[in-house]
Each structure stands twice: as structure tokens, then as C-alpha cells.
Design a protein around this ligand. Structure first.
Ligand code: HEC
Length: 115
């Protein structure tokens, strides 16, 4: 192997590894945030996939990609559920800075793919 051919091979391998790794890592992070009692704590009120001991104050979080027009609409709902229902018991996660914008997006990425 000479110098000229080894660099592109390394670059291509790196890109493939990054592409494979980035999506599951993000989804895993969103699940963690949703289940974390000190963060989303969504399980306190919602049944979610394989989450343990969920509450039932809110509806089960399933097939959200069919219930919401797009990820932005889902994100807006979680940002401040009072926009949908002023009397809601769901905390305004974005408006009250419980989740940062980046964390909110990770939760949305996770929820969007749930069946
Ligand atoms: C204290 C209870 C509570 C917590 C905690 C909570 N929610 Fe909710 N959520 C509700 C209620 C109640 C509703 C029903 C609609 C309403 O009253 O606003 C709801 C509705 C929703 C909906 C709309 C579902 C549908 O099919 O229409 C989504 C999406 C949602 N919540 C996401 C979340 C996420 C994500 C978290 C965590 C970051 C969370 N909720 C935490 C109470 C809660």
C-alpha cells in the first residue's frame, strides 16, 4: 500500500463509521432523556414502548409520526403543551427550560420512530 491510496481509504472508513454510529447514539440519548426522572420523566404520565412503571395521566406515546404533521409540530407540543390545552397538566418542557433545545430535539427523534 502506498501513501496516496491509504489516506482516502482511511477517510472513507471514518465517514462510514460516523454515519453508522450517529443515528442510534442520538435515539439512545432521546430515550434516556425521556425516561430520566430528573429530565423528561415522561413515564410519570405516559406509557412509552418498553418503559417501566408508567403512569396514565396522559395518553400512550405511540404512532406519533401519524398523529403529528411533522417533527416540528411534535416538538412545539412538547415545548409548551399549554398551546394545545391551557389547562394541561403536562409541564412546558421547552418554555420552562426543563429540556434544552438540543435535548428536546433528541426526545423528538426518539419518539418519532416509535410504532
Ligand atoms: C404530569 C404529566 C405529564 C408529563 C410528565 C408529561 N406529559 Fe405529555 N401529556 C400529558 C397529558 C395530560 C396529555 C394529554 C393532552 C393534554 O392535556 O395536554 C399529554 C399529551 C402528550 C402528547 C400528545 C399525545 C397525543 O397522542 O396526542 C405528547 C406527544 C406528549 N404528551 C409528550 C410528552 C413528553 C415527550 C414528555 C416528557 C418529556 C411528557 N409528555 C411528559 C401529561 C404529561
Amino acid at each position: 500500500m502506498n501513501f496516496h491510496s491509504s489516506i482516502p481509504a482511511f477517510v472513507i472508513l471514518s465517514l462510514v463509521l460516523i454515519a453508522c454510529a450517529s443515528n442510534p447514539v442520538q435515539t439512545g440519548q432521546g430515550r434516556k432523556l425521556a425516561f430520566d426522572r430528573n429530565k423528561g420523566n415522561c413515564l410519570a404520565c405516559h406509557v412509552i414502548a418498553d418503559g417501566e412503571s408508567p403512569g396514565n395521566i396522559g395518553p400512550p406515546l405511540q404512532a406519533l409520526s401519524k398523529r403529528f404533521r411533522d417533527q416540528q409540530q411534535l416538538r412545539d407540543f412538547i415545548y409548551d403543551a399549554r398551546q394545545n390545552n391551557p389547562e394541561t397538566s403536562m409541564p412546558p418542557f421547552g418554555a420552562n427550560h426543563i429540556l434544552t433545545d438540543a435535548e428536546l430535539q433528541q426526545v423528538v427523534d426518539y419518539l418519532w420512530d416509535l410504532p
